[in-house]
Design a protein. Structure first.
Length: 74
């Protein structure tokens, strides 16, 4: 099933039911990313340098904000 099929139906739910659905979906994701806000300064700098090295080496490709948001929207 695609988001484009599910979302319109979910939006027809009453606000309370939508909130419960959203909470349920959010809980199912867990925390897939260790947020930089949870890191101390030394860890945050290390993470930033590591990610920068990945981009510079070509191991990963940076995305613009617009491209990222477009992909997330499906």
């Amino acid at each position: 099933m695609l988001i484009a099929e599910i979302a319109p139906e979910a939006l027809k739910l009453p606000p309370r039911e939508r909130a419960l659905l959203a909470a349920s979906l959010w809980e199912s994701i867990g925390d897939p990313y260790h947020l930089a806000a949870d890191l101390d300064d030394e860890e945050a700098i290390s993470l930033a340098l590591s990610r920068d090295a990945e981009i510079e080496s070509g191991q990963v490709k940076a995305l613009s904000h617009a491209v990222l948001m477009g992909r997330l929207r499906g």
